[in-house]
Write a protein that binds this ligand. Sequence first.
Ligand SMILES: Nc1ncnc2c1ncn2[C@@H]1O[C@H](COP(=O)(O)OP(=O)(O)OP(=O)(O)O)[C@@H](O)[C@H]1O
Length: 318
Amino acid sequence: MAIGVVKHCIFFGEMIGEEASWRMIKFVINRYSGNGRGEAVWQQVERALRDKGVVYGCTFTERQGHARELAMELAGDANTSAVVAVGGDGTVHEVAGGLAGTAVPLGCIPAGSGNDYARSLSIPQSWESALERVLASKSRPIDTGVINGKIFVISSGIGFDGDVAKITNGSWYKRWLNRIGAGSLSYVVTVLRLLVTYRPCDVRLEVDGIMTSYKNVWLLAVANMPYYGGGMKICPDARDDDGTLHMCLVENIGRLHFLRFFPRVFKGTHVEHPAVHMLSGSKIRIVGTAPMTIHADGEFGGETPADVVVLRERLYVL
Ligand SMILES: Nc1ncnc2c1ncn2[C@@H]1O[C@H](COP(=O)(O)OP(=O)(O)OP(=O)(O)O)[C@@H](O)[C@H]1O
């Protein structure tokens, strides 16, 4: 039963009736993304769709995890041509989870605080241009990653990274910074806070059958796309269609040193630092001497040990 969709679906004027069986783009909107930006952006998008006479469907998320359920349901509808996430990376992550393995492509109108999915795919940050791209309806397949059974499209982070995502998502300053349009700065604030308290641990890593060990590991990012954390170019070589996951591991570095070299991640020049190891592979196992927090596209994903694999051409995107 297409609960959310039928309830909230909108068809226009003469399109009601027989023609409502046409295939159409369906929008899944997280009103609360970007601290209300989702709602504001959607109002403008909706007005533009009406002006253009586009037939569309729309539905609003009501809770965490709902976007995934809606996307799964919509993908099963024969009249869905694409599902477009209006929101941030969390919404994209959930919608992608519902569409992966189907032929229905994922579109995105960025309205969050980080918007790293949009940045990585060169989707314009302005809703007008992002909508144009959606309406052009050109799709291509991309890879996805899976960590401990949870899908990710952008990246997964373990250790310091996982804690940054977990703390930022629950922070008052993310909401406050979103309000003044500087939401991506919230990740930087958490990094600075956590730098004082984080305790690195040793890690055993197995990549495509090859074992290595690292001492005092701060973080291990596993990326399908180059950007995360609101514009940090953590794995500059990551490509969403190369069948490989790219990793950035930071070990054995003092807190002050970490703080000094941290800004380099915004340009991607951190990769030259001796404490940074860049790796790649398609089947990865990560075991820490202490449990390390995991995030999948910025959403909490449990703790290590972790098994990660890449699934080739698993998702269609616009
Ligand atoms: N109706 C809702 N009420 C509460 N939370 C919701 C609702 N709909 C979605 N969510 C949750 O809101 C969270 C944040 O959404 P999203 O990531 O899209 O926005 P953001 O955090 O502002 O952006 P970004 O991830 O790019 O920083 C997600 O975890 C999602 O599951």
